[in-house]
Design a protein around this ligand. Structure first.
Ligand SMILES: Nc1ncnc2c1ncn2[C@@H]1O[C@H](COP(=O)(O)OP(=O)(O)OP(=O)(O)O)[C@@H](O)[C@H]1O
Ligand SMILES: [Mg+2]
Length: 497
């Protein structure tokens, strides 16, 4: 057997009272794609910060090719060994692709930046790794998948042959994921080694050969994926056997009153949409990226503004283009991007979770701290948020746990309409259940729910799923659809011509 490319042993990392890692271990062999899985807060991203030299472990060792890891300050040495592509871009959006690739190491000609040299070198680099992106494109205009490939190419140009992908597929649709996997396989064939983090376990089987499981900050097992069937993998992650629940399909009475009534809604992203959601009904919106599904949902939350048409909630016109006004009108929502639109990172979990209900919790704009804490503690408990308590800042939370806080906030206001955009993004398999069962409770209380998602598991619970294609509603699938039917409809293969 070949020597490990990366080896971490006995890694401990504490944040005050929290042990983010108590016994982190990882052995990655050259040339493999290695999956790192575990529930939200298990310590995956923390291990990545240590493997990439962003912080030192309190205890334990990291070795590359048998050699001790470089000192933290030696960024060049780290860059030549490993790079991580995160969900959030590390490239500068205003710069071109070429500029991003050679930022701070531009080719010089008599002391000046040689723009021609820059373009040529960028084109060569992209070509070497078969990345089909225009070096002169503005990075902000790239699709997420292309931006990821540019980041990978940049890492490779520093000499790194070990690339960490921390939930790279969370923002991609099915087609984009397939393309990313195609590119990963090609790079693997050229000798690149991957560490791949994802909550979509089927992806682990699709692109990885080996899997390591972390649970409660500790290494649990490392095994070939072929020896870890799904049930065994989930058991290792959760520490208990979990029967994956069959979903109870229920039907909303045709007589249930319509809560959301949308007529002829049009914007630059969709056209002439008619839509109704009844009390207690859950309607899914599906479609490839660019189908208009997200903008449609965002229209009801004030984040996207229609140019024409009407929406009424419980008989009253729903205001457009004003998030606060939407909240007041009874809309609760989980936005697409929790970083940009969801959380106030400087605030505590408790403050974030209760942000939308401060009016209701206290009179005269004054909220008793105890009252708020109690309320937040209950939400933390109900949504199974992995935290020290309501006073911890949200910025301390792991990705999936931050997503749960966003959900807690959406539910806190007892909304009449709940708009959920990719609500389970980054949430682990077990937490998904508790999160989605909260949606069930809301619908039982008579809330109308709109769910936008790329995940079939989220859509399966909907009473019906509407499919958008190029901004138009092209199909409606009542609950009980088969995967391939819905996928065909989303991909547009059943309604062409
Ligand atoms: N800067 C920090 N301060 C305090 N606690 C932290 C900090 N960073 C992480 N933690 C805690 O460490 C634990 C592990 O977090 P980590 O982000 O590694 O989890 P993860 O496995 O990546 O989870 P997810 O799947 O949700 O992304 C969590 O309980 C988290 O709250
Ligand atoms: Mg993480």
């Amino acid at each position: 057997m070949s020597a490990p490319l990366v080896e971490a042993q006995g890694v401990v990392k504490r944040y005050g009272p929290t042990a983010a890692l108590a016994d982190g271990r990882l052995t990655v062999l050259p040339g493999e794609s290695h999956a790192l899985v575990g529930r939200n807060g298990a310590g995956k991203s923390t291990l990545v910060t240590i493997l990439t030299g962003l912080q030192a472990p309190d205890e334990g060792t990291v070795r590359f090719d048998g050699e001790p890891a470089p000192p933290l300050a030696d960024r060049d040495a780290w860059r030549s060994k490993v790079a991580c592509v995160y969900q959030k871009p590390t490239v500068v959006p205003e710069l071109t692709v070429a500029e991003n690739l050679f930022i701070n190491r531009q080719p010089l000609r008599r002391g000046f930046i040689s723009w021609r040299g820059l373009r040529t070198r960028a084109a060569e680099l992209l070509d070497t790794w078969d990345v089909r992106v225009d070096p002169e494109a503005r990075t902000a205009d790239l699709k997420v998948e292309d931006r990821q490939m540019v980041e990978i190419a940049r890492a490779l140009s520093f000499g790194a042959r070990f690339i960490v992908l921390d939930e790279p597929t969370a923002q991609l649709d099915k087609r984009e994921i397939e393309r990313l996997f195609g590119r990963m396989r090609a790079l693997q064939d050229s000798g690149v080694t991957f560490l791949f983090i994802s909550h979509h376990l089927q992806e682990v089987y699709e692109v990885c050969q080996t899997v390591t499981v972390l649970r409660d900050a500790r290494w649990i097992t490392t095994a070939p994926v072929a020896d870890m069937p799904r049930a065994a993998l989930i058991e290792a992650m959760a520490g208990e056997t979990i029967a994956e629940q069959a979903i109870q399909l229920r039907e909303v009475e045709d007589t249930a009153p319509v809560l959301l009534d949308v007529r002829d809604l049009t914007s630059d992203a969709y056209e002439n949409v008619d839509l109704t959601v009844r009390r207690g009904e859950v309607v899914g919106l599906a479609g490839i990226s660019g189908s208009g599904k997200i903008e449609l949902a965002e229209s009801f939350t004030g984040l996207h503004t229609p140019t024409n048409g009407t929406a009424r909630l419980d008989g009253r016109p729903l205001p457009f283009g004003d998030v606060q006004a939407s909240l007041r009108a009874g809309v609760g929502f989980v936005p697409r991007d929790r970083h940009a639109q969801g959380l106030v990172f400087g605030m505590t979990i408790g403050d974030n979770a209760t942000l939308s209900v401060l009016d209701r919790l206290g009179r005269y704009g004054f909220v008793g701290t105890d009252r708020k804490r109690g309320f937040a503690t209950e939400l933390i408990d109900r949504l199974d948020i992995h935290t020290e308590g309501p006073d911890q800042p949200v910025s301390d939370l792991s990705g999936g746990n931050a997503q749960k806080v966003v959900m807690a906030r959406a539910l806190a206001s007892d909304p009449r309409l709940l708009v959920l955009i990719n609500p389970t993004a980054g949430v682990d398999v077990k937490s998904k259940e508790s999160l989605l069962s909260r949606v069930d409770t809301a619908r039982e209380d008579g809330t109308a729910v709109l769910v936008v998602s790329d995940e079939l598991d989220d859509l399966r619970r909907c009473d019906r799923v509407l499919v958008l294609f190029h901004g138009r509603v092209v199909a409606e699938h009542p609950a009980g659809w088969r995967d391939h039917e819905l996928i065909a409809s989303i991909e547009g293969v059943d309604h062409h011509g």
